[in-house]
Design a protein around this ligand. Structure first.
Ligand code: ADE
Length: 220
């Protein structure tokens, strides 16, 4: 079972996400485990301070290294006791990171623990990227408010690759050919949208060929 440990200052963002549909099912079946951690738990002052003004000045606040370091330490060591040979990745989200790919999702699905650090858009002390994280990951060339949405993308794409998550191996892979549903003809204004004859033929071999021709080749 793969365990996701999410470090965030907004754990509430994930509550609905992990409690619906396939992720909820996979958690119940113990295919995946998702733990939410509020970074404030690892602060040491009475105000539970997680961010600070950067040295050298500038607008905005930056996440401090201390609480993040203690969070990763504590989540790593707790798990170490149970399994010495465990495979773990500490992932920091940042728009400056490497682009998330299906190949990464496939690789990480074989790990025991992914610790996901959600930064905020103003930034994170560079020590976290340089000395604490194993990977710095972006989900695209755009700036989000923080790493939470990126962490969700990793959780979903990795979970889908964990054995048992998707019953039929095929459906985890080839889903990108055109799909049609009833009725056979749908009238859209002046247009009649028709289901291709081949899909009504019952000839499974021909249908398979037709679909594979139209399946975009990706690294799935
Ligand atoms: N944090 C802010 N923008 C991000 C992005 N595009 N990918 C990952 N983390 C981010």
């Amino acid at each position: 079972m793969i365990k996701f440990d999410i470090i965030t200052i907004f754990p509430e963002i994930f509550k609905g996400f992990v409690s619906e549909s396939l992720l909820a099912w996979a958690r119940k079946k113990k295919i995946i485990k998702i733990n939410l951690h509020n970074l404030r738990k690892w602060t040491t002052d009475k105000h539970k301070t997680v961010d600070d003004k950067p040295y050298g000045g500038g607008p905005g606040m930056v996440l401090k290294i201390g609480p993040l370091y203690r969070a990763v330490q504590s989540l790593s060591s707790k798990f170490q006791v149970k399994s010495l040979k465990l495979r773990r990745r500490v992932i920091l989200f940042s728009p400056r990171g490497k682009k998330l790919t299906q190949a990464m999702a496939k690789k990480w699905a074989k790990y025991d623990q992914l610790i996901l650090i959600c930064g905020r858009y103003e930034g994170v002390d560079v020590g976290v990227a340089d000395h604490i994280a194993d990977e710095i990951i972006s989900i695209g060339d755009y700036v989000l408010n923080g790493g939470e949405v990126a962490a969700m993308a990793v959780i979903e794409s990795v979970s889908r690759m964990v054995p048992g998550f998707i019953a039929k191996k095929e459906s985890a892979q080839k889903f990108d050919h055109p799909q049609y549903t009833r009725p056979e003809i749908f009238t859209l204004g002046k247009k009649n949208l028709k289901v291709p004859k081949i899909l009504l033929s019952g000839n499974h071999k021909k249908i398979k060929e037709w679909r594979s021709k139209l399946t975009k080749s990706t690294d799935l």
